[in-house]
Design a binder for this molecule. Structure first.
Ligand code: SF4
Ligand code: SF4
Length: 398
């Protein structure tokens, strides 16, 4: 803590530390008037005895006080506090900036160091071999992207390497092919988008990744880039430069909804299933995409969509953002456990979402709590509807 207590018990702030914090946050914390709505909104208050005092974190950013402790790294960057803040403080950006200072002071959690080394050495936060990045598509005869293709399909690290999430990438390829989309991927040359690095606050390294990737996208002539993950989408949409004005990132739910609107994709078979949809924070609150995933589900005959108590901008976070996928969360403190209970209350047969991190967290919580509810990606449900033989068993993704 950079506060000196004098004999008279007067607090003297450290000017150098103040300057460092104000510079890092760009003064974004200044409008805060300390109402505490953010602290009351933070889901940690639902699972911990002591809520995370988001208000204090923002206050420390105003005053230039460091020594934020564990609270700084608990944030999943879910954005619920930001959504409700009456002063419009970009709280998640403030938190990322404070994390950046902690990186410079070498006070980051060790698990997150491994994440960065994974991206540095292997080009993915999971530390998996770069040469295996494209193995998920070995039997799909995936076309290599060339300028002039309608879409550059950006698969992303998790859908490339995680066996469960590879099914989402395969489902998307099936949807593109059904709609006759001319698409291509970058194969083993696909780089990490850098979102995990940015969300844990290592701004300098994230910027290096952005600059390198922006050049690559420019060189290959990328225009419409469709992502599997809302995290990659948000990264491209908010933090990448708009290459020569052509760069148009879309999350796949936006693109598939467009294909349906254009009549290029339609669903003939009935898929009798009552489902509930979980809004991923990076697709919903951070990117404002609420309708498109629902429109895809509603375009499938036989699907009944029921909402959970908290939905759209009020949806409860799964707990996997902001680097939390790479840090341990104690049993009993997982937000996804609460979400699983909400999903079960709807009496839906399946929980559907559109983010690999959400699928992973929600699936774990449903399984550990003994609830027999499968978790699907929207793309998987769409493929089930396209293919009658996959439509039968609820619980078996494409
Ligand atoms: S909700 Fe906004 S204004 Fe209120 S304490 Fe939090 S950051 Fe400050
Ligand atoms: S972004 Fe979410 S987890 Fe982070 S402080 Fe705000 S409400 Fe809490």
């Amino acid at each position: 803590m950079n506060i000196e207590e004098t004999a008279d018990d007067v607090l003297r702030l450290d000017d150098a530390a103040w300057e460092q914090v104000v510079q890092a946050t760009g003064g974004a914390a200044a409008p805060c008037y300390q109402c505490g709505v953010c602290t009351a909104s933070c889901p940690w208050g639902l699972v911990k005895q002591e809520p995370v005092s988001v208000r204090k974190l923002v206050r420390s950013a105003q005053l230039g006080i460091d020594g934020w402790g564990e609270a700084l790294w608990l944030c999943t960057t879910c954005g619920l506090c930001e959504e409700r803040c009456p002063r419009g403080v970009p709280i998640t950006d403030v938190i990322r900036s404070l994390r950046g200072i902690s990186w410079r002071q070498r006070q980051e959690p060790a698990d997150l160091r491994n994440l960065l080394w994974g991206v540095y050495w292997d080009g993915n936060p999971w530390g998996r071999p770069p040469s295996q990045r494209n193995q998920w598509g070995d039997e799909l005869d995936l076309p290599r992207f060339s300028a002039g293709d309608e879409v550059l399909y950006y698969v992303g690290c998790t859908a490339s390497y995680d066996r469960r999430m590879q099914k989402i990438a395969r489902s998307l390829v099936a949807l593109f092919r059904e709609a006759g989309v001319r698409f291509g991927t970058l194969g083993d040359d696909e780089p990490c988008c850098g979102e995990s690095v940015a969300s844990v606050g290592n701004r300098e390294y994230a910027q290096e990744i952005i600059d390198r990737n922006a050049k690559l996208f420019e060189d290959v002539g990328a225009a419409t880039v469709v992502t599997t993950s809302p995290h990659c989408f948000e990264m491209f949409a908010r933090r990448y430069p708009n290459l020569s004005g052509r760069f148009r990132p879309l999350h796949y739910t936006q693109y598939v909804a467009q294909l349906i609107d254009q009549g290029r994709l339609s669903f003939e078979h009935e898929l009798q299933m009552r489902v509930t949809y979980h809004d991923p924070c990076y697709l919903g609150r951070h990117s404002g995409v609420y309708d498109e995933p629902r429109r895809i589900l509603e375009a499938i005959p036989g699907i009944e969509l029921v909402e959970m108590d908290h939905n759209r901008a009020e949806a409860l976070c799964c707990g996997g953002g902001g680097g939390r996928m790479w840090t341990e969360t104690a049993a009993g403190e997982r937000f996804a456990d609460l979400r699983a209970i909400e999903a079960a209350k709807t009496e839906a047969e399946a929980l559907v979402t559109a983010c690999s991190f959400c699928i992973s967290c929600l699936d774990d919580s449903l399984k550990t709590s003994g609830m027999e509810m499968p978790v699907f990606d929207v793309s998987e449900v769409a493929v089930m509807a396209l293919n009658a033989k996959l439509a039968e068993p609820v619980g078996a993704p494409a």
